[in-house]
Design a binder for this molecule. Structure first.
Ligand code: URA
Length: 239
């Protein structure tokens, strides 16, 4: 990657307009590889660059790819109606970069949610054509029976859908818990499928997308950067 002036580099990472980034550097609040740099026009190779702003360490990233462990009670919208927005869980620089959720989870659904500022990535992972498997732990109201599991695997007819929709996986984990895989991203899909099979969702937690599982170590409400190896796992079919 060609070298970049510091003020441009900071701008690309969400630290504000070029004049704002210039002022930030001139006021001595930016260090590169641990050394204070107050020249906004100093040039650096951005790939893998470690820099700090007000003592907070960042790595240069051309695009932001993030995974959030979504809590219940948050809406996947910039303009939430009844609950706080998931975007309130991220620092301002990422919002300035205009990160967007890759698809949406309902307000009461928890678990793995991807976000990015890369339009191509968002498009690829929301496109129905790609049929990315998404795995949910589904807590249901009534004890699960084999007829319900068979119906989910064979396909259930939803209102407003021309064809039946089938789960590509449905494992009974306990009397009230199913692990279900779907490859479409329609509104309330899992809740509607479970209702069509004669049961009712009481709790929904997304535990994987593609071959990428929600990391056990990621606390609810926290997010991580996705690295190249995570993106490669995402692109692989479910494991
Ligand atoms: N299906 C649903 O019904 N809700 C979600 O949040 C995700 C999948």
């Amino acid at each position: 990657m060609p070298k970049m002036q510091l003020e441009r580099l900071l701008r690309s990472q969400g630290f504000g307009s070029r004049p704002e980034c210039r002022a930030l550097v001139r006021s001595g609040r930016v260090s590169i590889d641990g050394m204070l740099c107050d020249d906004p026009f100093a040039e650096f190779e951005p790939d893998g660059l470690l820099f700090s702003v007000d003592g907070v360490l960042w790595t240069y990233r051309e695009f932001a790819f993030l995974a959030l462990n979504k809590p219940a009670g948050f809406e996947c919208s910039h303009k939430p109606k009844h609950h706080p927005s998931i975007y309130s869980l991220f620092p301002r620089v990422l919002l300035t970069r205009n990160i967007q959720a890759v698809g949406r989870l309902d307000e009461d659904t928890t678990g793995l949610l991807l976000l990015s500022d890369d339009g191509q990535f968002i498009h690829a992972y929301t496109s129905p054509k790609k049929r990315i498997p998404k795995v949910y732990d589904v807590t249901v109201k009534h004890p699960v029976d084999t007829l319900q599991v068979d119906a989910l695997l064979e396909g259930v007819q939803l209102h407003d859908e021309p064809a039946r929709i089938a789960a590509t996986g449905c494992e009974v984990r306990s009397e009230h818990l199913l692990r279900m895989t779907v490859t479409e991203g329609k509104y309330h899909l899992v809740k509607r499928m479970i209702a069509a099979a004669g049961n009712r969702v009481e709790g929904l937690n997304r535990i994987a997308i593609g071959g990428f599982p929600l990391p056990d170590s990621l606390p609810i409400g926290q997010w991580i950067w996705l690295e190249a190896s995570d993106l490669a796992r995402l692109a692989r079919p479910q494991q």
